[in-house]
Ligand binder design. Structure first.
Ligand code: GZL
Length: 327
């Protein structure tokens, strides 16, 4: 009996050592063409989260156009803002033994299992745009905006506009998404204490869902009296909110509205006097992600965290800039 126990102990020890030093993992992440892989050798999986906004449409176009230009085989899917669809698409890509997965996660949580499956299959994952809460060891890198900074920038606009204080509403993005979480956190961290957020509701980053939310706000709060401003987490929800504001007789400029993204729709809302600032959030990440993917295929090291440089746009030059906007 003692001998049996000894062998069991040895087996467990060996298995533990193997797992700890990655023995349980698949072959190294370098592709077979390393170190001379070219873009035409790459199969990139991009399980896009949806088509909920102009920002997302531009993000999709960036990947499709770049892949087409570089000769990369792109496996694209649209998850219609459902995490389970993104996970299924990732698993299909793992089965197809793609070279790289770019994941634009709809929400922060719930990715550990599928990221572990990709890692064990030796397929590097680049987290694109929004962040994930999974351990960093489960993915190769993240590239996207500093969402907290975007929220802080929005707060600074309200602080400048209302030195003596104000009451504001918040129309937030998809619940649990890195974009909404970060923007809300940054907004609250930087907002002056004499500016009160009297209510916050999600519009899920879409025009259609923002409209009824704004209508409900207007049933509860008198514009200009109960609130003086609105922080809106993306331009699409802003455009939905404007429809409700117009129907309620609100005029451009009656309220101080700050949005995020900097899409053509947001620029037009600034030209029309509805938005007083639009915090940039750049969706055109295709070239950078493909470059990072090629480096991973060739076994090169890449930056683990790549944050896009962004700014704030204002109405004073929105009309001049609008024609040249890429999204
Ligand atoms: C932000 C991105 C957000 C945009 C929205 O990086 O994830 O999702 O702000 C989009 O327009 O729907």
């Amino acid at each position: 009996m003692f001998r049996f126990k000894k062998y069991v102990l040895l087996f467990v020890l060996a298995a533990t050592l193997l797992a700890a030093c990655g023995g349980a993992k698949a072959p190294a992440e370098e592709a077979s063409c390393a170190p001379n892989c070219k873009y035409t050798d790459m199969t990139l999986c991009y399980p896009q989260l949806g088509a909920e906004s102009d920002w997302r449409t531009a993000n999709t176009a960036s990947f499709k156009e770049t892949a087409g230009e570089y000769g990369v085989r792109l496996i694209f899917s649209d998850a219609q803002q459902k995490q389970e669809n993104q996970i299924s698409a990732m698993r299909a890509c793992i089965q197809q033994e793609v070279d790289v997965i770019g994941l634009p996660p709809v929400v922060e949580d719930g990715w550990d299992a599928v990221l572990t499956e990709a890692k064990n299959a030796g397929i590097p994952v680049i987290i694109v745009d929004r962040s994930v809460s999974a351990d960093e060891s489960l993915y190769a890198a993240h590239i996207g905006s500093d969402m907290k900074l975007e929220g802080e920038r929005a707060a600074e606009e309200f602080n400048k506009q209302f030195p003596n204080g104000a009451k504001v509403l918040e129309l937030s993005g998809t619940t649990g998404s890195g974009a909404a979480v970060g923007r809300a956190e940054g907004f609250r961290a930087k907002l002056n204490p004499n500016i009160e957020i009297i209510d916050s509701q999600t519009g899920n980053f879409t025009r259609a869902e923002a409209l009824p939310v704004m209508q409900a706000f207007l049933q509860k709060y008198k514009p200009g009296v109960d609130f003086q401003g609105i922080f809106i987490h993306n331009d699409d929800m802003g455009i939905g909110a404007i429809e409700a504001l117009k129907a309620a007789g609100v005029q451009p400029g009656d309220l101080f509205i700050v949005s995020v993204d900097g899409t053509r729709g947001g620029f037009q809302a600034m030209v029309d006097g509805w938005f007083q600032a639009d915090v940039e959030c750049n969706p055109l990440l295709g070239p950078q992600v493909l470059e990072m993917g090629l480096k991973l295929m060739n076994g090169e090291t890449i930056e683990r965290e790549v944050l896009t440089n962004e700014t704030v746009y204002y109405p004073d030059n929105a009309a001049d800039l609008l024609p040249s906007r890429k999204y």
